[in-house]
Design a protein around this ligand. Structure first.
Ligand code: FAD
Ligand code: NAD
Length: 457
């Protein structure tokens, strides 16, 4: 058996693992990353990037289809068709460019990438099953960045016509009738895209509404758009099984049958903690996740954990920020998790952005809302649904949270996060000149409204 040693060993080359490895190597530490599938992890290969590529293609198809009907823009176009296999090949090209880029960055930083399945032997050694045979690697510091996996439902195991998100992102034909079980991030993002491509979609959601972690005001424009797209949403509903093109569903009103050629199950993701010897470390857990402190340290000395395996929110940018932090701590830095907010974007139609506290989450908080119906940019883009909402301390004017729902609002996430990170007040935002016409002016208007001096209301 081949033996290697290093200072930092990272298991998993997803956004958490590869960023940690890059930073560790840049700090001069001899670093190895072990990856079983492909650099970039879930996010680049079967998550964030391919789903956004599919959403973009679906939007382009859908707007072209609208141009084939009577439309206020006065454009006449022929009804489009789609070759989904070609769309997927285009998407795969984007994925390869990005994963190749990650590989290149790691090579440039002199991170050693070992391709294979890692098994933890103890806190200082790992055995990797590679194509060339087993490799034993000893390390001073171990970073666990194994990510997460889709949750399976007992009555709907993945396989055949029951799809995971990974399967849905590899479809080569649009299903005629699709049922989406779980109306959260993934189900709504992919379900909406497939509806725009022509599938008849039914969403089966156990909660009282879609995206139940958000308030009804924020999700209402998304629900309205789903309805306009012909998507049926069943809430308070659970799917129990699928056979012969029929999905069995239980609702408060009784049993229902939903016609579905394919069923996409998106009921959450579970941390990847099984099957690679993690239990040998006997780490303290936080429910199903690995418990960490504010410096990404686990309960065992010199063993760290980052990303989805450490809990919610399971987002790529959180994993990356933790990756940087863990590398800095290993390098002897004094940093700890001092971030004020982690933005979240849901790429539904319209998009939802949230940063910081939702209304009602803080005592003494007030809320100011400005609607896109009063924003020139939104109107000139042909969409006036949605709003920006500022949650602020009613005494100090300190901004505690920002939310938006509207077409294209994903790009406001950076400004929202910056406002919270810089401890901005309503006056700071109101006094910042926002370019005209932009969607961001709505944030300034909401701040002005919070100060009691709205301009365009
Ligand atoms: P992962 O990206 O899951 O990477 C873990 C890596 O570890 C994997 O490559 C795996 O192969 C490897 N691994 C695991 N065990 C072993 C082992 N024993 N040996 C060797 N290698 C191992 N997040 C966003 O922020 N924005 C989005 O738009 C977004 N969209 C998403 C869309 C979909 C369809 C999905 C499924 C997820 C999406 N996410 C999104 C979530 C995002 O992908 C994750 O939060 C992120 O990838 C977590 O990064 P990570 O490094 O913790 O783990
Ligand atoms: P999710 O937690 O967003 O949504 C799961 C939904 O399934 C919930 O609404 C839940 O009420 C519902 N549900 C649970 N059990 C059910 C059942 N038996 N029947 C019907 N409905 C049921 O999970 P997800 O959509 O699988 O996504 C997983 C994670 O991936 C997200 O939490 C997020 O962190 C990440 N993600 C992020 C993005 C993004 O940032 N744009 C996109 C996709 C995924």
């Amino acid at each position: 058996m081949r033996h290697e040693s290093c200072k930092v060993l990272v298991i998993g080359a997803g956004p958490g693992g590869y960023v940690c490895a890059l930073r560790a190597a840049q700090a001069g530490m001899d670093t190895v990353v072990v990856e079983a599938v492909a650099p970039g992890g879930t996010c680049l290969n079967v998550g964030c990037i391919p789903s956004k590529a599919l959403i973009h293609a679906a939007d382009a198809f859908h707007s072209t289809a609208q141009m084939a009907t009577d439309n206020p823009l006065g454009i006449r176009a022929a009804a489009p068709t789609i070759d989904l296999a070609r769309t997927m090949a285009w998407k795969d090209g984007i994925v390869s460019r990005l994963t190749g880029g990650v590989k290149g960055l790691m090579a440039k930083a002199r991170v050693r990438l070992v391709q294979g399945q890692a098994r933890i032997l103890d806190g200082k050694s790992v055995e990797v099953t590679t194509a060339e045979g087993p490799v034993r690697i000893s390390t001073e510091h171990l970073v666990i960045a194994t990510g997460s996996r889709p949750v399976e439902l007992p009555g709907l195991p993945f396989g055949g016509d029951v799809l995971s998100s990974t399967d849905a992102l590899a479809l080569t034909a649009v299903p005629e009738r699709l049922a989406v079980v779980g109306g959260g991030y993934i189900g709504l993002e992919i379900g909406t895209a497939l509806a725009k491509l022509g599938a008849r979609v039914t969403v089966v959601e156990a909660g009282p509404r879609i995206l139940p972690q958000y308030d009804a005001e924020l999700t209402r424009p998304v629900a309205a758009r789903l309805k306009a797209l012909g998507v049926e949403v069943l809430t308070g509903a659970r799917a129990t099984g699928h056979a012969a093109g029929v999905l069995a569903v239980e609702t408060a009103e009784g049993k229902r049958e939903v016609a579905a050629d394919k069923v996409l199950v998106t009921v959450g993701r579970a941390p990847a903690t099984q099957g690679f010897g993690l239990e040998t470390l006997g780490l303290t857990m936080d429910g199903p996740f690995i418990a960490i402190d504010r410096r990404c340290r686990t309960s065992m000395r010199e063993v760290y954990a980052i990303g989805d395996v450490t809990g919610e929110p399971m987002l790529a940018h959180r994993a990356m920020a933790q990756g940087e932090l863990a590398a800095a701590v290993i390098a002897g830095g004094r940093e700890d998790w001092d971030r004020r907010a982690i933005p979240a974007v849901c790429y539904t139609d319209p998009e939802i952005v949230t940063v910081g506290l939702l209304p009602g989450a803080a005592k003494g908080a007030a809320v100011a809302t400005f609607r896109f119906a009063g924003n020139g940019r939104a109107l000139s883009l042909g969409r006036d649904d949605g709003f920006v909402r500022v949650v602020h301390d009613s005494d100090s004017e300190l901004i505690l949270g920002l939310q938006a729902v509207g077409a294209g609002v994903a790009e406001l996430a950076g400004e929202f996060a910056l406002a919270l990170e810089m401890a901005a007040t309503l006056t700071d935002i109101a006094a910042t000149i926002h370019a005209h016409p932009t969607l961001g002016e709505t944030m300034q208007e909401a701040a002005l409204k919070g100060l009691g001096r709205a301009l365009h209301l």
